[in-house]
Design a protein around this ligand. Structure first.
Ligand SMILES: Cc1cc2nc3c(=O)[nH]c(=O)nc-3n(C[C@H](O)[C@H](O)[C@H](O)COP(=O)(O)OP(=O)(O)OC[C@H]3O[C@@H](n4cnc5c(N)ncnc54)[C@H](O)[C@@H]3O)c2cc1C
Length: 224
């Protein structure tokens, strides 16, 4: 397929912008390792750390946000109203004001930046780091966790806060590999591509497809 991103691994990710993605020479030992930096991973890191556990979070993307880090297509927006779709952590909600009742991805990204700041999460995060394997050692009662950056972590508890959408579906339609244009998956959006005046075909009529149709109609000269 031409120029289409298909995986969350760090080899295809942008530069590390937060925390660290450098792999140390040795093996790090933890009480708990959380995989995933979305709502669930952020809450887990916060709760476990304040209960005294030695805990770290690994995230394949370059920042917190989970689904909201990856889904930045035009129109991506929540469908739950803001009092419901937010972290019930006083430090977060007492210092944050939503500007919309159904916020868009850009506000969600600012919200996750806020969460990271007020809960001081990023010092315990490894970004651009994808877990590729984990083995349980019966003798030591520990997981040995391997990451694509070369980082290795031993931990007695491993939590997969990886959501339901980290593994995307890509069709295998004949001819995709020779298509001359640009193909994008909505959850691997590129803000750098200029669609003005281009012919655009959207495949899919669910919530995402419907929203993209609506927005493209405003600036692409041909839409199907
Ligand atoms: C456009 C959109 C709108 C939505 N709106 C709503 C809504 O209004 N209300 C609602 O309830 N839900 C909504 N959802 C569903 C959303 O998935 C959940 O609400 C929630 O954000 C999921 O959080 P999570 O922490 O469980 O997982 P995610 O946010 O999916 O985070 C999982 C993270 O795990 C990381 N990861 C996965 N595998 C690995 C690995 N091997 N190594 C390292 N990192 C890994 C991923 O990179 C990802 O960042 C929406 C989803 C989308 C796409």
């Amino acid at each position: 397929m031409p120029s289409i991103r298909t995986d969350i691994s760090s080899t295809s990710a942008g530069a590390a912008v937060n925390g660290t993605s450098d792999a140390p020479a040795g093996v790090e030992e933890l009480d708990v390792l959380v995989i995933g930096g979305g709502f669930s991973g952020c809450r887990l890191l916060y709760e476990l750390r304040r209960r005294g556990f030695k805990v770290k979070l690994v995230e394949a993307g370059s920042d917190l946000g989970g689904i909201w880090h990856w889904n930045m297509y035009p129109g991506a927006r929540v469908d739950s109203q803001y009092p419901v779709y937010a972290l019930a952590v006083p430090e977060v909600y007492e210092t944050w004001t939503w500007t919309q009742q159904y916020p868009g991805y850009d506000e969600l990204q600012r919200y996750f930046a806020h969460i990271g700041k007020v809960l001081d999460l990023k010092k315990d995060c490894y970004f651009n780091t994808k877990v590729t394997a984990a083995e349980w050692d019966k003798a030591t009662n520990q997981w040995t966790v391997h990451c694509d950056t070369g980082r290795t972590i031993k931990t007695w508890s491993l939590i997969a806060a990886i959501g339901f959408a980290a593994k995307r579906h890509f069709p295998d339609w004949p001819g995709m590999d020779t298509f001359g244009g640009t193909i994008l998956h909505s959850s691997f959006w590129s803000p750098d591509i200029d669609y003005a005046g281009k012919k655009v075909a959207v495949i899919g009529t669910g919530a995402t497809g419907a929203m993209l149709h609506f927005l493209y109609a405003a600036f692409a000269n041909w839409l199907r």
